[in-house]
Write a protein that binds this ligand. Structure first.
Ligand SMILES: Nc1ncnc2c1ncn2[C@@H]1O[C@H](COP(=O)(O)OP(=O)(O)OP(=O)(O)O)[C@@H](O)[C@H]1O
Length: 477
């Protein structure tokens, strides 16, 4: 038997920048397709013209490409079910609206927002859930014609069958059952003629041959409505899986509307694509491997059965851990432009600097700080560094500066000379030298950093430390 090709999709509304919540949805759908030799479709759900932004469309496609989440069907690449911008698909929907109306599955609704609000209020005060009361469900053809003749523009409502149940197997939550009596007749085309989300999203999945949909829990209650539409139209439904959302520290889901950091902002801070992907592949999903994986590896280790139903909190430390792994796993060739250090480093030294600091930096700004500490004038001393210098004392730094002035400026020669002249060794030797030379008490391995610095800088910094220790020592007496 020929197994059906897995076809998944990411269907964002381009109303703002991609955040880690919707990016994880894109990633999981892409991994499901890639892992099964299937196809990943991108469909831009841009029917909400008030919130639509062409810039958001461009930037989300740029983000997906930057992350390597290439789509095999969609905008700019084409495919068998164009167009891939939903706003351009209106001509396709008309036939399905006509079919639903002709078969009695949909009816025009002339209720005004005020009338609907009054009905909702009455239901609430009677302790009932607000639902469309069916006012227009039984209008006769004459009544409809009269209202139209009066110039009233109707919405189109789907007629939900009464006394029934919609069941489906959610691949994450298990069996789901919804009583149709709890679902009011819902709008599938607004009075202004625009297609409603529930309708376009379901119909497009069917027309594009989508076999599997992984999406956020925020859509779980949409699914029975969408299944009713597809059933009425005789269209195939995909398998659905609804995942717990990613929340921020306040417990609210990450969202375009609440200022969640965008993928673009994280990229501008220097987060590498594989850091984001490796982090997200493990948010609400158990990934057996703890290694940094490429997309093929992540796809191999991806299993929708291991997706959690519970919401997951965004954990910046966890993301930074994967950033560290990604930096460690990158080549010098790639890290050099990422760090942006060339203008801060004398010609010919850039690659050595990358190698010297890469083990200790997670972001370009940190790398540039080290480039300045090594190659610019004597670096500013932080409080710990100043304390370490003062505690080592003027005598120690007189010996160190003297040795450097005699030409012991390479790390090995310098430390041996200072050790011999002062009798100090181990941490007591290295910490004050590190503080004086780099302005900090922690950082990359000292030897390559000192050897890159060059003799003049070493002398200058040790002299400065000797003066400081003498001044502070004198004050302390
Ligand atoms: N915080 C989140 N965590 C996980 N998935 C999310 C989150 N927010 C949105 N999604 C999912 O991302 C997918 C694409 O959503 P879409 O681009 O339409 O954003 P949205 O639902 O409009 O979000 P927003 O509230 O940010 O506007 C959907 O499957 C949705 O369930």
């Amino acid at each position: 038997m020929n197994e059906m090709t897995v076809k998944t999709r990411f269907a964002p509304s381009p109303t703002g920048a991609l955040h880690l919540g919707n990016l994880r949805t894109a990633l999981f759908n892409a991994l499901l397709a890639y892992g099964h030799g299937g196809r990943f479709v991108l469909r831009i759900e841009d029917t909400d013209r008030e919130r639509y932004s062409p810039e958001a469309t461009r930037s989300l496609m740029g983000d997906l490409r930057w992350l390597g989440l290439d789509w095999q069907e969609g905008p700019e690449v084409g495919g068998p079910a164009p167009p891939y911008h939903q706003f351009e698909r209106g001509f396709l929907y008309d036939a399905y609206y006509r079919q639903l109306e002709a078969e009695g599955w949909a009816y025009p609704c002339f209720c005004s927002e005020r009338e609907l609000e009054m009905a909702r209020r009455a239901q609430r005060s009677a302790g009932q859930p607000p639902r469309y009361p069916g006012t227009c469900a039984r209008l006769t053809a004459e009544e409809v014609a009269r209202k139209r003749a009066e110039g009233m523009q109707p919405a189109l409502r789907f007629r939900v069958p009464s006394g029934d149940e919609v069941r489906f197997e959610d691949r994450i939550h298990g069996e789901q059952r919804f009583r149709t009596d709890d679902i009011g007749d819902f709008i599938i085309r607004r009075a202004d003629g625009t297609a409603a989300y529930l309708f376009t999203n379901a119909v497009d999945d069917a027309l594009m041959g989508i076999t599997d949909v992984l999406r956020g829990d925020d859509h779980l209650t949409n699914t029975p409505r969408q299944l009713l539409i597809l059933q009425a139209l005789g269209l195939a439904a995909p398998r659905y899986g609804h995942m717990g959302l990613i929340t921020g520290n306040d417990g609210a889901p990450l969202s375009k509307r609440n200022g969640s950091r965008s993928v673009g902002e994280l990229a501008r801070d220097g987060y590498l694509p594989e850091a984001m992907l490796n982090y997200l592949a493990r948010v609400g999903h158990t990934c057996e491997s703890e290694a940094l994986l490429d997309l093929a590896g992540l796809a191999e280790g991806f299993d929708p059965a291991r997706i959690s139903t519970a919401p997951s909190r965004f954990d910046p430390d966890h993301l930074r851990h994967w950033q560290e792994e990604a930096v460690h796993g990158s080549s010098v060739r790639r890290l050099r432009p990422w760090m942006g250090i060339d203008a801060l480093v004398p010609p010919g030294y850039a690659e050595d600097l990358v190698n010297a600091v890469r083990g200790n930096v997670r972001f370009p700004a940190e790398a540039r700080d080290w480039a300045k500490r090594v190659f610019a004038g004597p670096p500013e001393l932080d409080a710990d560094a100043e304390a370490a210098i003062v505690s080592a004392g003027a005598e120690f730094f007189e010996a160190a500066a003297g040795a450097a002035e005699e030409g012991y400026t390479r790390f090995k020669g310098l430390t041996e000379a200072v050790k011999e002249r002062t009798g100090v060794k181990g941490k007591q030797l290295f910490m004050p030298l590190r503080a004086a030379l780099t302005g900090r008490c922690s950082g990359p391995e000292l030897q390559p950093v000192v050897d890159l610095m060059g003799g003049e800088r070493v002398v200058e910094r040790l002299r400065r430390a000797a003066t400081l220790a003498a001044e502070q020592g004198a004050q302390g007496e």
